[in-house]
Design a protein around this ligand. Structure first.
Ligand code: 2IT
Length: 448
């Protein structure tokens, strides 16, 4: 058996029932064949692949909280610190009812490679809770965040682990989490979390960064193909922070966003999601209703209950912005049948491995999430720099740095593929490029 398949097999045995974690491990490890072929002896000697699939530590804790009626609830909190070879642990917190150890591990593993691609010194981590913010009041969210931080604080710090937002965790939650951290530790600690409000050390463009960065990355891909974004039609899923930023930038650059989705279904807006309609997404999120139908009701467009746009709406570009495993084999088949040529993945691991293989076999150009959505964490890295220098850059400064980082990621992937004599396969290239830096740092630092 080969080194890679041995490691995948051992990882599956050690992590029974962790389908999401195994999906990303399989996808990433399989991409590394050219790197292993070139350097197998060294990688084996230092057990690089074995060490890469085992998190440094996995923290799980109880989060008790009180609702507005006085009833108590208990949720489970997580922080997976996966790899800090290239910098302090860094990665978001997700509050969603489906959060479990498997989800957290897949996200922390992906984060390690993504953060490496940004060129900034950040290791990989992820955390969160199975707390469901749907229908919760601001006061309930505040109490939950405070209780969550009552345990998390002992595991984080500006040079140790710097959490941020993810699904269900935005500016409001980061504010509550930071407030509690500061209260417990008695120190501002350079802000500790990223995604903070502008009035207490947040970075300009951080809320927009994931969606903006995803659009900038796409522009690089389109340019490589001799195309551009003007006049292109888009299907997006989700309506949260990420879809919001993407819709804003796409519409600014002359593309047209036809769809958004939520747990209740999808909306189809023939006129395109732009201007004040984009702003309304923020209201939808802060209402905690978690219903995309609100958009259709407000702007009088079509709503399709219980479905995602995939395979139902034709567009030039699909951009999943909601969650993992949104695009399954049957969606991929429908997508190919409809003739959608580009999948620009934004949410983490939106495509199952079967769907991904099918799309690539059928000539769909896939840009992988760990490159496409890296702008979010990259601007988090810029927030850390601004905090440690005690300054705040302008919108123009941050936006131009973000643009530069996204272009550099694309160039790095293209050059890595070139160095292995490989075609323009962005999925393989992102994994190989992300891997190289982490592996090099791990080897340099010895086995400990
Ligand atoms: O998936 C992600 O990269 C994030 N949720 C953002 C992480 C961060 O530290 O900004």
């Amino acid at each position: 058996m080969s080194y890679i398949s041995d490691v995948i097999e051992q990882t599956a045995q050690k992590n029974p029932g962790q389908a999401n974690f195994m999906q990303t491990v399989t996808e990433v490890m399989s991409s590394l064949a050219p790197a292993v072929a070139q350097n197998e002896q060294t990688l084996r000697k230092y057990s690089i692949l074995e060490r890469m699939v085992e998190p440094d530590r996995q923290i799980m804790f109880r989060v008790p909280w009180q609702d507005d009626k006085g009833n108590y609830h208990v949720n489970r909190g997580f922080r997976i610190q996966f790899n800090n070879a290239i910098g302090p642990y860094k990665g978001g917190l997700r509050f969603h009812k489906d959060v479990n150890l498997d989800t957290m591990k897949f996200l922390a593993f992906e984060q390690t490679f993504k953060n490496s691609l940004t060129s900034l010194p950040m290791g990989g981590a992820k955390g969160g809770s199975d707390f469901d913010p749907t229908g919760k009041s601001d006061a309930e969210i505040m109490r939950f965040c405070q209780s969550f931080m009552n345990e998390l604080y002992r595991h984080i710090g500006p040079n140790m682990d710097v959490p941020a937002g993810d699904i269900g965790v935005g500016g409001r939650e980061i504010g509550f989490l930071f407030g509690q951290y500061k209260k417990i530790v008695g120190d501002f600690e350079n802000g500790v979390l990223t995604g903070k409000g502008l009035s207490f050390g947040g970075s300009r463009i951080r809320p927009e960064a994931t969606g903006f960065g995803a659009t900038y990355f796409l522009c690089n891909v389109l340019k490589h193909e001799g195309e551009n974004i003007k006049g292109k039609t888009f299907c997006l899923s989700g309506f949260g922070n990420v879809a919001w930023g993407a819709a804003k930038k796409i519409s600014e650059l002359g593309g047209k966003v036809l769809t958004l989705s939520g747990p209740d279904g999808y909306i189809y807006d023939e006129a395109g999601v732009s201007g004040e309609k984009v702003d309304y997404l923020l209201e939808m999120r802060s209402s905690n209703r978690n219903k995309v139908k609100d958009y259709a009701d407000k702007f009088g467009c079509k709503f399709v209950a219980g479905k995602k746009p995939w395979g139902n709406v034709k567009a030039d570009i699909y951009m999943p912005c909601a969650t993992q495993n949104e695009i399954r084999l049957e969606d991929a088949e429908a997508m190919v049948k409809l003739g959608v040529p580009v999948l620009n993945e934004v949410s983490n691991m939106p495509t199952t491995n079967e769907a991904l293989a099918y799309l690539q076999e059928h000539g769909v150009l896939v840009a992988p999430s760990k490159a496409v959505n890296a702008g979010g964490v990259a601007v988090s890295g810029l927030e850390m720099s601004q905090n440690s220098e005690r300054l705040q850059w302008t919108e123009t400064e941050v936006d131009s740095k973000l643009k530069g980082i996204m272009t550099d990621i694309h160039t790095k992937i293209r050059d890595t593929l070139h160095s292995y004599g490989m075609p323009y396969n962005l999925v393989a290239g992102a994994n190989l490029a992300g891997f190289q830096k982490v592996a090099e740092a791990m080897i340099a630092q010895g086995v400990y």
